[in-house]
Design a protein around this ligand. Structure first.
Ligand SMILES: C[S@@+](CC[C@H](N)C(=O)[O-])C[C@H]1O[C@@H](n2cnc3c(N)ncnc32)[C@H](O)[C@@H]1O
Length: 262
Protein backbone atom coordinates (compact mmCIF):
# COMPACT_ATOMS: atom_id res chain seq x y z
CA UNK A 1 0.00 0.00 0.00
CA UNK A 2 1.28 3.41 -0.87
CA UNK A 3 1.07 6.67 0.99
CA UNK A 4 -2.47 7.52 -0.02
CA UNK A 5 -5.14 8.75 2.30
CA UNK A 6 -6.09 11.77 4.28
CA UNK A 7 -8.57 11.43 7.11
CA UNK A 8 -9.09 14.74 8.81
CA UNK A 9 -10.85 14.09 12.09
CA UNK A 10 -12.17 17.32 13.53
CA UNK A 11 -12.63 15.73 16.95
CA UNK A 12 -9.00 14.64 17.34
CA UNK A 13 -6.75 16.46 19.78
CA UNK A 14 -5.31 19.63 18.29
CA UNK A 15 -2.26 19.76 20.53
CA UNK A 16 0.82 17.63 20.01
CA UNK A 17 0.97 14.75 22.44
CA UNK A 18 4.76 14.42 22.21
CA UNK A 19 6.41 17.66 21.33
CA UNK A 20 9.94 16.29 21.50
CA UNK A 21 10.78 14.74 18.16
CA UNK A 22 13.06 11.99 19.51
CA UNK A 23 10.33 10.49 21.70
CA UNK A 24 8.29 9.86 18.57
CA UNK A 25 11.00 7.68 17.03
CA UNK A 26 10.64 4.68 19.30
CA UNK A 27 13.04 1.83 18.38
CA UNK A 28 10.39 -0.43 16.77
CA UNK A 29 9.26 2.45 14.54
CA UNK A 30 12.89 3.21 13.63
CA UNK A 31 13.35 -0.48 12.73
CA UNK A 32 10.54 -0.08 10.23
CA UNK A 33 11.64 3.28 8.76
CA UNK A 34 13.50 1.75 5.84
CA UNK A 35 10.36 -0.16 4.85
CA UNK A 36 8.71 3.24 4.44
CA UNK A 37 11.50 4.51 2.21
CA UNK A 38 12.40 1.78 -0.30
CA UNK A 39 15.93 3.08 -0.95
CA UNK A 40 16.01 2.06 -4.63
CA UNK A 41 12.70 3.67 -5.56
CA UNK A 42 13.51 6.82 -3.61
CA UNK A 43 16.85 7.18 -5.36
CA UNK A 44 15.24 6.67 -8.77
CA UNK A 45 12.53 9.26 -7.98
CA UNK A 46 15.09 11.88 -6.92
CA UNK A 47 16.93 11.36 -10.21
CA UNK A 48 20.10 12.96 -8.89
CA UNK A 49 18.34 16.22 -7.89
CA UNK A 50 20.42 16.87 -4.75
CA UNK A 51 23.71 15.54 -6.13
CA UNK A 52 23.42 17.70 -9.26
CA UNK A 53 22.81 20.86 -7.27
CA UNK A 54 25.66 20.12 -4.89
CA UNK A 55 28.04 19.46 -7.78
CA UNK A 56 26.90 22.60 -9.62
CA UNK A 57 27.66 24.60 -6.47
CA UNK A 58 31.13 23.03 -6.25
CA UNK A 59 30.30 21.44 -2.89
CA UNK A 60 32.65 18.91 -1.35
CA UNK A 61 31.77 18.74 2.36
CA UNK A 62 28.08 18.19 3.20
CA UNK A 63 26.33 18.19 6.56
CA UNK A 64 23.19 16.04 6.62
CA UNK A 65 21.43 17.36 9.71
CA UNK A 66 18.52 14.90 9.63
CA UNK A 67 20.28 11.65 8.86
CA UNK A 68 17.44 9.36 9.90
CA UNK A 69 18.44 5.87 8.77
CA UNK A 70 21.15 7.31 6.53
CA UNK A 71 19.58 7.33 3.07
CA UNK A 72 21.02 10.69 1.97
CA UNK A 73 24.25 10.43 3.93
CA UNK A 74 25.03 7.14 2.18
CA UNK A 75 23.87 8.37 -1.24
CA UNK A 76 26.08 11.45 -0.92
CA UNK A 77 29.11 9.44 0.25
CA UNK A 78 28.62 7.16 -2.75
CA UNK A 79 28.40 10.21 -5.01
CA UNK A 80 31.84 11.28 -3.75
CA UNK A 81 30.99 13.87 -1.08
CA UNK A 82 32.54 14.05 2.36
CA UNK A 83 29.56 13.74 4.71
CA UNK A 84 28.91 14.36 8.38
CA UNK A 85 25.56 12.98 9.53
CA UNK A 86 23.67 14.50 12.44
CA UNK A 87 20.48 13.33 14.10
CA UNK A 88 18.87 13.99 17.46
CA UNK A 89 17.52 10.45 17.73
CA UNK A 90 20.12 7.93 18.94
CA UNK A 91 18.00 5.09 17.54
CA UNK A 92 17.99 6.67 14.08
CA UNK A 93 21.74 7.25 14.17
CA UNK A 94 22.41 3.62 15.17
CA UNK A 95 20.37 2.48 12.19
CA UNK A 96 22.18 4.96 9.91
CA UNK A 97 25.57 3.65 11.06
CA UNK A 98 24.44 0.05 10.48
CA UNK A 99 23.04 0.85 7.02
CA UNK A 100 26.25 2.67 6.06
CA UNK A 101 28.42 -0.19 7.38
CA UNK A 102 26.42 -2.72 5.33
CA UNK A 103 27.40 -0.69 2.27
CA UNK A 104 31.04 -0.53 3.32
CA UNK A 105 31.12 3.01 4.76
CA UNK A 106 32.10 4.25 8.21
CA UNK A 107 29.58 7.00 8.88
CA UNK A 108 30.84 10.14 10.60
CA UNK A 109 27.79 10.53 12.84
CA UNK A 110 27.03 13.14 15.50
CA UNK A 111 24.15 12.91 17.97
CA UNK A 112 22.87 16.47 18.31
CA UNK A 113 19.75 18.57 18.49
CA UNK A 114 19.69 21.30 15.82
CA UNK A 115 18.85 23.84 18.49
CA UNK A 116 22.36 23.44 19.92
CA UNK A 117 24.21 22.33 16.79
CA UNK A 118 27.02 24.84 17.33
CA UNK A 119 27.92 23.17 20.65
CA UNK A 120 28.42 19.78 18.95
CA UNK A 121 30.05 20.71 15.63
CA UNK A 122 32.98 22.87 14.59
CA UNK A 123 33.69 24.41 11.25
CA UNK A 124 31.62 24.96 8.17
CA UNK A 125 30.40 22.87 5.28
CA UNK A 126 29.76 23.61 1.62
CA UNK A 127 26.14 22.59 2.11
CA UNK A 128 23.61 21.61 4.74
CA UNK A 129 20.79 19.23 3.80
CA UNK A 130 17.68 18.77 5.97
CA UNK A 131 15.53 16.29 4.08
CA UNK A 132 12.63 13.87 4.37
CA UNK A 133 10.26 16.43 5.96
CA UNK A 134 12.35 16.73 9.10
CA UNK A 135 12.24 20.51 9.69
CA UNK A 136 8.48 20.38 10.53
CA UNK A 137 9.44 18.66 13.77
CA UNK A 138 9.99 22.18 15.08
CA UNK A 139 6.69 23.42 16.54
CA UNK A 140 7.76 26.84 17.79
CA UNK A 141 8.42 29.65 15.34
CA UNK A 142 11.26 30.84 17.58
CA UNK A 143 12.88 27.40 17.19
CA UNK A 144 12.44 27.47 13.41
CA UNK A 145 14.14 30.87 13.24
CA UNK A 146 16.88 29.87 15.67
CA UNK A 147 17.59 26.58 13.87
CA UNK A 148 17.84 28.25 10.44
CA UNK A 149 20.45 30.49 12.07
CA UNK A 150 22.28 27.40 13.38
CA UNK A 151 22.19 25.86 9.89
CA UNK A 152 23.38 29.11 8.32
CA UNK A 153 26.37 29.31 10.68
CA UNK A 154 27.43 25.81 9.59
CA UNK A 155 27.44 26.83 5.89
CA UNK A 156 30.48 28.47 4.34
CA UNK A 157 29.81 31.72 2.43
CA UNK A 158 28.30 30.86 -0.95
CA UNK A 159 27.20 27.42 0.28
CA UNK A 160 23.79 25.80 -0.05
CA UNK A 161 20.93 24.86 2.21
CA UNK A 162 18.51 22.26 0.84
CA UNK A 163 15.45 21.74 3.01
CA UNK A 164 12.16 20.03 2.24
CA UNK A 165 8.78 19.18 3.73
CA UNK A 166 5.60 17.42 2.92
CA UNK A 167 3.03 19.50 1.11
CA UNK A 168 1.23 20.99 4.10
CA UNK A 169 -0.43 23.62 1.90
CA UNK A 170 -2.48 20.79 0.43
CA UNK A 171 -2.81 18.88 3.69
CA UNK A 172 -4.19 21.92 5.51
CA UNK A 173 -6.61 22.54 2.64
CA UNK A 174 -7.80 18.92 2.94
CA UNK A 175 -6.60 18.42 -0.64
CA UNK A 176 -3.66 16.13 -0.09
CA UNK A 177 -3.45 12.80 -1.81
CA UNK A 178 0.08 11.48 -1.96
CA UNK A 179 1.21 9.60 -5.05
CA UNK A 180 3.60 7.50 -2.97
CA UNK A 181 6.20 8.06 -5.70
CA UNK A 182 8.56 10.35 -3.76
CA UNK A 183 10.67 10.05 -0.60
CA UNK A 184 8.61 7.47 1.23
CA UNK A 185 8.10 5.02 -1.60
CA UNK A 186 7.81 1.77 0.34
CA UNK A 187 4.69 -0.32 -0.13
CA UNK A 188 4.68 -2.05 3.26
CA UNK A 189 2.78 0.64 5.15
CA UNK A 190 -0.33 2.73 4.85
CA UNK A 191 0.32 6.36 5.70
CA UNK A 192 -2.62 8.61 6.42
CA UNK A 193 -3.23 12.00 7.98
CA UNK A 194 -5.52 11.64 10.95
CA UNK A 195 -5.43 15.25 12.06
CA UNK A 196 -4.48 18.45 10.29
CA UNK A 197 -5.02 22.05 11.25
CA UNK A 198 -2.85 25.17 11.19
CA UNK A 199 -0.74 24.13 14.17
CA UNK A 200 -0.58 20.33 14.16
CA UNK A 201 -0.44 17.50 11.66
CA UNK A 202 -0.58 13.93 12.87
CA UNK A 203 0.46 11.18 10.46
CA UNK A 204 -0.51 7.61 11.10
CA UNK A 205 1.70 4.78 9.86
CA UNK A 206 0.09 1.38 9.74
CA UNK A 207 2.42 -1.44 8.79
CA UNK A 208 1.54 -4.76 7.18
CA UNK A 209 1.95 -6.51 10.56
CA UNK A 210 -0.68 -4.09 11.98
CA UNK A 211 1.79 -2.21 14.15
CA UNK A 212 0.76 1.43 14.12
CA UNK A 213 2.75 4.56 14.95
CA UNK A 214 2.02 8.26 14.77
CA UNK A 215 4.23 11.24 13.99
CA UNK A 216 3.21 14.72 15.00
CA UNK A 217 4.69 17.71 13.23
CA UNK A 218 4.08 21.37 12.59
CA UNK A 219 2.38 21.75 9.19
CA UNK A 220 4.62 24.44 7.73
CA UNK A 221 3.50 26.16 4.55
CA UNK A 222 5.64 26.65 1.44
CA UNK A 223 5.65 30.45 1.64
CA UNK A 224 6.19 30.40 5.41
CA UNK A 225 9.49 28.61 4.84
CA UNK A 226 10.45 30.96 2.02
CA UNK A 227 9.92 33.93 4.35
CA UNK A 228 11.89 32.29 7.17
CA UNK A 229 14.75 31.52 4.78
CA UNK A 230 14.85 35.12 3.58
CA UNK A 231 14.65 36.41 7.16
CA UNK A 232 17.58 34.14 8.09
CA UNK A 233 19.63 35.84 5.36
CA UNK A 234 19.46 33.15 2.68
CA UNK A 235 19.32 34.35 -0.92
CA UNK A 236 18.37 32.92 -4.31
CA UNK A 237 15.68 30.79 -2.69
CA UNK A 238 14.30 28.37 -5.26
CA UNK A 239 11.29 26.17 -4.54
CA UNK A 240 10.45 22.92 -6.28
CA UNK A 241 7.47 20.56 -6.16
CA UNK A 242 8.46 16.91 -6.35
CA UNK A 243 11.78 18.08 -7.87
CA UNK A 244 10.10 20.14 -10.61
CA UNK A 245 10.56 23.92 -10.90
CA UNK A 246 7.09 24.35 -12.37
CA UNK A 247 4.46 22.56 -10.32
CA UNK A 248 0.86 22.60 -9.20
CA UNK A 249 0.83 22.86 -5.41
CA UNK A 250 -2.25 20.65 -5.16
CA UNK A 251 -0.67 17.86 -7.20
CA UNK A 252 2.58 17.81 -5.25
CA UNK A 253 3.74 15.43 -2.52
CA UNK A 254 6.89 17.22 -1.30
CA UNK A 255 8.13 20.80 -1.47
CA UNK A 256 11.90 21.31 -1.73
CA UNK A 257 13.72 24.62 -1.13
CA UNK A 258 17.26 25.32 -2.30
CA UNK A 259 18.85 28.49 -0.95
CA UNK A 260 22.30 30.05 -0.84
CA UNK A 261 24.14 31.61 2.05
CA UNK A 262 25.67 34.86 0.79
C1 LIG B 1 11.01 12.37 9.13
S1 LIG B 1 12.58 11.80 9.70
C2 LIG B 1 13.52 11.92 8.20
C3 LIG B 1 14.79 11.11 8.24
C4 LIG B 1 15.59 11.09 6.93
N1 LIG B 1 16.09 12.39 6.56
C5 LIG B 1 14.76 10.53 5.81
O1 LIG B 1 14.46 11.27 4.87
O2 LIG B 1 14.43 9.34 5.85
C6 LIG B 1 13.11 13.22 10.65
C7 LIG B 1 14.46 13.08 11.32
O3 LIG B 1 14.84 14.35 11.83
C8 LIG B 1 15.35 14.16 13.14
N2 LIG B 1 15.11 15.41 13.89
C9 LIG B 1 13.92 16.01 14.05
N3 LIG B 1 14.07 17.12 14.80
C10 LIG B 1 15.39 17.19 15.14
C11 LIG B 1 16.16 18.11 15.93
N4 LIG B 1 15.60 19.16 16.54
N5 LIG B 1 17.48 17.88 16.05
C12 LIG B 1 18.06 16.81 15.45
N6 LIG B 1 17.38 15.91 14.70
C13 LIG B 1 16.05 16.09 14.56
C14 LIG B 1 14.58 12.98 13.69
O4 LIG B 1 15.25 12.37 14.77
C15 LIG B 1 14.46 12.09 12.46
O5 LIG B 1 15.53 11.19 12.32
Amino acid sequence: MADTSILASPGAAARPAREHFAEQYVPRFVDKWDALIDWDRRKAAEAGFFVERLRAAGARRVLDVAAGTGFHAVALIEAGFEVVAVDGSAAMLDQARANAARRGHALDAVHADWRSLGERLDGTFDAVVCLGSSFPHLFAEADRRHVLGEFSRRIAPGGLLMLDHRNFDAIRAQRYKSSGNYYYCGTGAKVSVDHADESLCRFRYEFADRETYTLEVYPVLKDEIRTLLADAGFVEVETFGDFKAVFDIFSTDFVIHVARRP
